[in-house]
Design a binder for this molecule. Structure first.
Ligand SMILES: [Fe+2]
Ligand SMILES: [Fe+2]
Length: 165
């Protein structure tokens, strides 16, 4: 599987995890000080859905940084990448770290913060993946050779599943 096929498969899985997460936050008023118009179906389920999503999202973005974006930069596309994505990865990483520190109990924040940050994460990740799929991945296909993409896919596999290699 080449690197782009692998990343597209990740995006599909991440979209399913984002849907599960969004399903825990619905519109309505519960009077508990949540961002206007929102309510949480079950706080436990929200935390469970975040625990599933966050490591997968972080691993995905790290693979992209290490393999895809590094190869694009090497091929002289750094400026174009920045024009399209800006500081998306950095912003996502910061948000993932803050949410993780709440889940591990390192920091304490009210539920309203967790909900507001989760909603922002869902929106930002969805938009980020759309930009990658519509602008970055097509650019990758014309910049890197099929052979390079296959080799990068193999490296992605060995990073994600080191025991199998
Ligand atoms: Fe990304
Ligand atoms: Fe991605």
């Amino acid at each position: 599987m080449d690197l782009l096929d692998r990343l597209m498969e990740d995006h599909d899985q991440l979209r399913r995890a984002l849907d599960r997460l969004s399903a825990e936050i619905c519109q309505g008023r519960d009077g508990s000080g949540l961002p206007a118009g929102w309510k949480v179906r079950s706080e436990e389920e929200l935390v469970r859905a975040l625990r599933l999503l966050l490591p997968a999202l972080l691993a995905h973005e790290e693979i992209e940084e290490k393999l895809l974006y590094a190869s694009l930069a090497e091929a002289g596309q750094e400026e174009e990448m920045f024009r399209i994505l800006g500081a998306d990865h950095h912003a996502l990483e910061t948000m993932i770290q803050s949410l993780t520190s709440i889940l591990t109990g390192e920091r304490d924040k009210p539920l309203a913060w967790l909900v507001a940050t989760t909603l922002r994460l869902v929106e930002m990740t969805t938009e980020h993946m759309r930009r990658e799929e519509y602008e970055i991945f097509p650019m990758v296909r014309t910049t890197l050779t099929r052979r390079q993409l296959k080799e990068l896919g193999r490296r992605a596999e060995s990073i994600l599943h080191p025991a199998a290699h």
